[in-house]
Design a protein around this ligand. Structure first.
Ligand SMILES: [Mg+2]
Length: 266
């Protein structure tokens, strides 16, 4: 069995998403001297137990550098595989799997060029004052950071989104960030590559955003954290829910529920 899980807003949470009454929280990431992300203590304990019976694979849109900042992964949980860059890179004991990187490079070269996508995005809006910065991540996809989300023109945004989809680029809005990702760079293809390599049969997966949907819809058992983008898309039927279950709790409490379900399955 494989337990494949998204990290941010699924297993780990920033201060903003933690309520005062949430206790037994442990710091798992520091950035520029600041305490950035946290996990529930019992989630870490349960994850260690799950690890003994199943192959735990973190599956994240974080870049290699951003993933390596989560010290709990490298110091304590030590997963053999980590799928990072939204599936664009696979780390095997911390080292980039170059065979996978080549597969991705060839696939990305076949679709609309990223420079063209960047230009098209910036030209899609009459007013771009809401954009703080647009950053190319691990040479593969863009993250757009907002100054003010309310200033986005919805019509212009939807028109860009439709164009992107036709051109095989996915768009995902997560909090104050927008991800624009070439479709070959997805979490499921990377997970399938590891699954075949490891000859594992079943997958249980967890996530909270549109970019997690491929691993949730294709896994044998799937849990969606009840907050954020994906829950909304399942509820308004933009995406079919199928066998994906939703947690009852929201925020960091969802992570505990996810691990409780996974413990029963492995
Ligand atoms: Mg997430």
């Amino acid at each position: 069995m494989i337990f494949a899980s998204d990290l941010d807003r699924t297993l780990i949470y920033t201060k903003k998403l933690i309520k005062e009454e949430d206790n037994d929280i442990v710091l798992v990431e520091r950035y520029l001297g600041k305490e950035l992300s946290f996990m529930k203590k019992n989630v870490i304990e349960k994850l260690k137990k799950v690890r003994e019976k199943a192959l735990f694979i973190p599956v994240t849109t974080r870049t290699i550098e951003q993933y390596n900042r989560i010290f709990i992964m490298n110091d304590t949980i030590k997963p053999t595989y980590a799928i990072v860059s939204n599936g664009g890179n696979i780390l095997v004991n911390g080292k980039v799997d170059s065979e996978w990187r080549n597969i991705i490079k060839k696939a990305v070269d076949r679709i609309t060029n990223r420079k063209f996508v960047e230009k098209k995005f910036l030209n899609s809006f009459k007013d771009t004052s809401w954009i703080d910065k647009m950053v190319l991540r691990d040479g593969l996809f863009f993250s757009v950071h907002f100054k003010d989300k309310e200033l986005i023109d919805k019509e212009e945004f939807n028109s860009f989104k439709s164009w992107a989809e036709v051109n095989k680029w996915n768009v995902s809005l997560q909090g104050r960030k927008l991800y624009i990702v070439p479709s070959p760079v997805n979490k499921w293809d990377a997970l399938l590559y590891v699954k075949k390599k490891e000859k594992k049969m079943k997958i249980v997966s967890a996530g909270d955003s549109f970019l997690d949907y491929p691993i949730l819809i294709n896994a044998d058992y799937s849990i969606c954290a009840s907050h954020g983008e994906l829950k909304k898309m399942l509820e308004d039927k933009t995406l079919k829910q199928d066998h994906i279950s939703l947690t009852e709790g929201r925020g960091i409490n969802a992570s505990e529920e996810i691990l409780e379900s996974v413990e029963k399955l492995v």
